[in-house]
Ligand binder design. Structure first.
Ligand code: PLP
Length: 456
């Protein structure tokens, strides 16, 4: 087989700034050893997130110029609506400025104290919106999904039996809907199988519960189904997407992921009464229902992005380039969550630096070292992000200590990825020398964004 190449030519380039190791040590120190506080201009390869960081195509930029900025009933809305309907098949399509805006509206209307929302794994904004409404967010992930070292094709699957027991336990009247996150972002970008989607949908039908998708990476999920699930190899990704959505009653979406744009989202559904309530709240919080917090040009870019994201050359390149980085690391003995997910590679910091205890923040140590070694910015997903304190002020560590390298869509080429692998391997080769960190400042909530550190 020949090399899988980037399925695009580059028309417009954005220079990246090179720094020396000494400069980076100073920059990191000034940022309190927190990469969130580094200026993006001081980063060579930015793998902090795949959200809103996609490169748009020339057709998307052309759409930006075509954008109709009429307040109500803009032409661009109908272009957007048609593109979203083509994929979801849903009757009511409501634009929002991000995924969390769609979540806020949905959970404000259907959440509240005494309610439960089962999901394979809630993403952090989803969980926050469920809990903000007073309801409880419940993760019901398949057992294999909880083990980073175990390899399985669909580690994002929900545990269907556990879902049914849960419904019986709390009562279906207390569950406004069931949610599936495709792919499972918090669980390593792992896909959900069509069989699992069907099984969850049957349980929902049995108890007359609606099923919603948190659909941020629906196209990546569909491509994994095509590659890994029997009976789908000869179906087009668009057909697979349409089948996926046919099992659900609605979706929330962050267009900053699989719509290949820098801002946007939607809320879709088939229930007319619910759609009316959502639109009424949308008008208060986001804007008129034909723009929902976005400009006409954003709606055009999303519509075009949805055409491009189901292109199989794009998806082959996308999934392969993530896997390629994963393979390079694994071949050098670097422990990662296996198999590689769709949008990111997750280093297992506990196995990378086993000499560091959770209270020495092993993930942060690797993140800082990757920046110093090669100007790469990654994100700790471990005890800094999810750690809590007990009554004596002792750290209750997170379940896993991970470092996430999220790959922006269509932004970096194979040589960038080769470089990333070289830097990580370099850091791994001197892993025994890596030191831990302590927190010198932290905010009461979401501390990972603003915390300051000092090396131990
Ligand atoms: C990004 C994301 C969201 C939230 O979307 P925003 O556009 O960042 O508000 C929700 N769920 C998942 C799975 C995500 O990845």
């Amino acid at each position: 087989m020949k090399t899988i190449i980037e399925p695009f030519k580059i028309k417009s380039v954005e220079p990246i700034r090179f720094t020396t190791k000494d400069e980076r040590i100073k920059i990191l120190q000034d940022a309190g050893f927190n990469p969130f506080l580094i200026h993006a201009d001081d980063v060579l390869i930015d793998l902090l997130t795949d959200s809103g960081t996609s490169a748009m195509s020339s057709d998307q930029w052309a759409g930006v110029m075509r954008g109709d900025e009429s307040y109500a009933g803009a032409k661009s809305f109908y272009v957007f609506e048609k593109a979203v309907k083509k994929i979801t098949g849903d009757k009511f399509i409501i634009p929002t400025h991000q995924g969390r805006a769609a979540e806020k509206i949905l959970f404000s209307i259907l959440g509240g104290p005494g309610k439960y929302f089962p999901n394979n794994t809630h993403f952090d904004t989803t969980r926050a919106n469920v809990e903000f409404s007073g309801a409880e967010a419940v993760d019901i992930l398949n057992e294999v999904g909880k083990h980073p070292e175990q390899n399985a094709p669909f580690k994002g699957n929900m545990d269907v039996e556990a879902l049914e027991s849960f419904i019986k336990k709390v009562g279906k009247e207390n569950i406004p809907f069931v949610m599936l996150t495709i792919t499972n972002n918090s669980g390593g970008g792992q896909p959900v199988s069509m069989q699992n989607i069907k099984d969850v949908s049957s349980v929902c039908k049995k108890y007359k519960l609606p099923l919603f998708f948190d659909a941020c990476r629906f196209a990546e999920n569909a491509y994994f189904i095509k590659l890994r699930e029997k009976g789908y190899a000869n179906k087009s990704v668009l057909e697979i997407c349409q089948e996926i959505f046919s099992y659900a009653d609605g979706s929330t979406m962050s267009a900053k992921k699989d719509a290949l744009v820098n801002i946007g989202g939607w809320l879709s559904m088939n229930d007319e009464e619910l759609a009316m309530k959502c639109r009424n709240l949308l008008i208060v919080t986001e804007g008129f229902p034909t723009y929902g917090g976005l400009a006409g040009r954003d709606l055009e870019a999303i519509a075009q992005g949805l055409e491009e994201v189901v292109d199989e050359h794009y998806l082959q390149y996308r999934i392969r380039s993530t896997e390629y980085l994963g393979e390079k690391l694994m071949n050098n003995g670097i422990p990662i969550i296996e198999p590689p997910g769709g949008h990111a590679i997750y280093i297992d910091a506990k196995r990378f630096v086993p000499h560091l205890k959770p209270e020495e923040y092993p993930g942060q140590s690797i993140v800082c070292e990757m920046y110093i070694e090669g100007g790469i910015r990654a994100c700790e997903i471990g005890s800094i992000m999810f750690g809590k304190y007990d009554n004596d002020g002792k750290l209750i560590p997170a379940m896993m200590e991970l470092v996430r390298m999220a790959i922006p869509r269509r932004v970096y080429t194979q040589s960038h990825i080769d470089y990333v692998a070289e830097v990580v391997i370099e850091v791994f080769n001197r892993r025994e020398k890596l030191k831990g960190y302590k927190i010198t400042y932290e905010a009461p909530l979401l501390r990972h964004f603003t915390a300051q550190f000092a090396p131990l």
